[in-house]
Ligand binder design. Sequence first.
Ligand SMILES: [Zn+2]
Length: 332
Amino acid sequence: MIATLAARALTQPLAHAADRMLGPRGCLLTFHRAASPELWEKLPNRDFYLDIEFLDRFLAHLVAQKWDVVTIGEALRRSGSADDNSRYVNFSIDDCYRDTFELVAPVFRRHNVPLTLFVTTGIPDGTASLWLIGLEYTLFERDEILLDGKVLRLSTPEDRRATYHRIAAKWDGPEAPQHYAAFCAENRVDMNAMHWAHAITWEMLEALANDPLIEIGAHTVSHARISSLMPEEALAELEGARVRLNERLGINVEHFAFPYGRAGDCGPRDFALAREAGFLSAATTRKGLVRGGQDRFSLPRNTINGSHRSVAAMEMHLLGLTGIAARIAGRV
Ligand SMILES: [Zn+2]
């Protein structure tokens, strides 16, 4: 007890001094989907999902510890203010699926903290191929599938996970939607029904856009890797999503997040294109914290995936330690 108090007496002034020296710093966290713990255990691509009960515990922890949970707009304001010494955290969801509306937004509402959505407009428009999700749920729901004319039996969750990762790696690339379409035809999967079982709809987004806790940003039209496109195609993906969200939801969309978001997926040319497309900021998935003087078109964000299930491990992100570890390992 005394040792703890002594340690605190020593570390707390240091932490406060660090706050003053380092200025404001924010941790932007991002994820895709969420699932109940029971479903999470069985999903073939479970790293893509947060355990919703973990998210609930984590938000309760942040609120109890007096962290400021903020929008991207507020994070930018703080990073641009010289006399702000606050520490803050932002949560964003990329792509946006049904569970954003059904499962995740209600948890943020319950804790009364904001959530940012980076929407791929081809999802509610039904034009983006959800091939990874269609593959995942076909493997999840069936005991056997046909793959290139051969019967493949599926038994345990581990088996389904291994099969999912093997097929996803094989299909990955520009031809993935065609591989998926052929797979659906062979296995009599209704592609349209599969899409709408998982896609967020414009009606759901309208309801979310009316929620004062929800901030809506763009994440391209088709979930394209921006660095791989010619400048005019890239601009069409950036501007197209902004215009479409404005047209459907009547909102001014100010923030953008790059699909994939790592160093090879978006670079200086793309940061400039995001500005040209009319955004005020663009976020990557390069790890690290937002500090004073942060470039607004290459915001760092830390991905939280399904393997993050402990609040203690999340502290690593909040303190910026995962960013330091990634830089040491050369994984940025
Ligand atoms: Zn994405």
